[in-house]
Design a protein around this ligand. Structure first.
Ligand SMILES: [Zn+2]
Length: 430
């Protein structure tokens, strides 16, 4: 496809007018201000539109779309134990497949091209990902309260079998990461064995870390005064590239650990606000050179997958929290939403518009949008004024998956019908 006469956000987040961008097969093959002589197939008139890199969601639980608005205004323990866990116990493969497809549709609609997901059904999730065309680093949210090691864990056995099927090679849209749900849901033996397995198999790691104050303080009581970050470090978890969700209650030393071990910290501002978990310190992390990405978390605690809400909140919330209106620039917010997430997923050829990179692109319609006029500075409008519905095209690996309300790979009416049926069945049993 050749995008013609279109605005462009380049790899340095500089805005250019009237550009031409050509994609060939899965890649970006041309960027320039002149129309290329090479034929890139169909042309897309970019007049009044902006081409920018697709968004990378660094922490999600996709199939939780099924629990959108199901339980609200509860304290975390009641919310989990009385509503979420009983509902999840009734989920079958069909429900997870449809819930994941619904999430993929919603993400593509708002310009998310890839997500780092944690849930508990590889087959159903991979099927939804392969069919929809979105990218995903998937991990099983493994918990273990028994003295057994990983080999005795039924989910781990499924995971190690699936590793022979999904090779995690460059260019694979669906990849498997190792995972530990969290420090408080696993045993030291399980943590150490999973860390060793990830290292041996060169897998990325996905964990929840210091999301609540209680979790952080109880960890110190249980683990000889060590924080979750220190405890994971000692167990070898951070010897592989790790994505740590939330990172709110970090101790001073934890920031140094993140920097030294190149751990990605994922900020989930909407989820953290809604569950009253607290506030992370992305300015401090960014100043130290820590990779900071953004995540939606699950829809049950969000309640949508509109990443533009995360971007705006990321840019404004931590100004208030740090009493510093200069904290978090629009460039830092957009970088966290794109390049940082792609780096965390181990996809170095994604997250920026650059020749040779994957053609993971989104188009925003800037015309006839009163809330985007005037435009003194494009990045300011993108971060502070955009609401998400401006996304009119989403392309992953050179394939258009969403355009002007139409999904090319997802039968959205069928998905809505099938998710409703799955939910009816679950509610009947609860
Ligand atoms: Zn989570």
């Amino acid at each position: 496809m050749l995008f013609t006469n279109i605005g462009l956000i380049d790899e340095h987040f500089t805005y250019h007018k009237n550009c031409y961008v050509g994609t060939k097969d899965r890649k970006i093959a041309y960027i320039g201000t002149e129309k290329p002589s090479e034929n890139f197939g169909s042309e897309y008139d970019g007049t009044g539109k902006l081409l920018m890199p697709g968004l990378f969601n660094a922490h999600s639980h996709s199939a939780m779309t099924l629990m959108r608005g199901y339980a609200e205004n509860m304290v975390l323990s009641d919310w989990l134990n009385k509503k979420i866990f009983p509902f999840e116990a009734k989920l079958d493969s069909n429900a997870i497949y449809n819930g994941t497809l619904l999430a993929a549709a919603e993400m593509l609609r708002f310009g998310i091209v890839s997500t780092t997901d944690m849930y508990f059904d590889i087959d159903a999730t991979s099927r939804a990902v392969q069919e929809s065309g979105i990218k995903m680093n998937f991990s099983l949210g493994m918990t273990c309260f028994s003295p057994d090691g990983i080999q005795a864990h039924p989910l781990f056995r499924k995971f190690s079998q699936a590793l022979s099927q999904f090779k995690n090679e460059d260019g694979d849209r669906f990849r498997l990461d190792a995972s530990l749900h969290a420090e408080y849901t696993t045993t030291p033996r399980f943590v150490e064995e999973m860390a060793a397995f990830a290292k041996e198999n060169r897998l990325n790691m996905h964990v929840h870390l210091s999301e609540t104050k209680l979790e952080h303080e109880q960890c110190k009581e249980r683990r000889q005064g060590r924080s979750p970050a220190r405890y994971f470090l000692d167990a070898g978890v951070f010897d592989v590239p790790t994505t740590a969700a939330h990172c709110i209650w970090l101790d001073e030393e934890d920031y140094d650990i993140f920097k030294e071990k190149n751990v990605t910290a994922v900020c989930c501002p909407v989820s953290n606000l809604k569950l009253a978990s607290g506030f992370s310190k992305p300015k401090k992390m960014l100043d130290m050179g820590i990779n900071v990405a953004l995540g939606t978390d699950g829809v049950a605690s969000n309640n949508n997958l509109n990443f533009w809400e995360e971007i705006k909140l990321f840019a404004i919330l931590y100004k208030a929290v740090s009493a510093d209106p200069t904290a978090i620039t629009p460039l830092q917010a957009l970088s966290a939403a794109t390049q940082a997430g792609a780096a965390a997923q181990g996809r170095p050829d994604c997250g920026a518009i650059k020749v040779g990179n994957c053609a993971d692109l989104i188009v925003l319609d800037l015309e006839n949008q009163p809330h985007l006029h005037p435009c003194h500075q494009m990045l300011n409008n993108l971060v502070f004024s955009t609401v998400g519905t401006e996304v009119c095209l989403t392309m992953v690996d050179g394939q258009v998956l969403y355009r002007d309300g139409i999904y090319t790979t997802i039968d959205i009416d069928q998905v809505r019908h099938d998710t409703d049926a799955a939910i009816r069945n679950i509610l009947k049993e609860l």
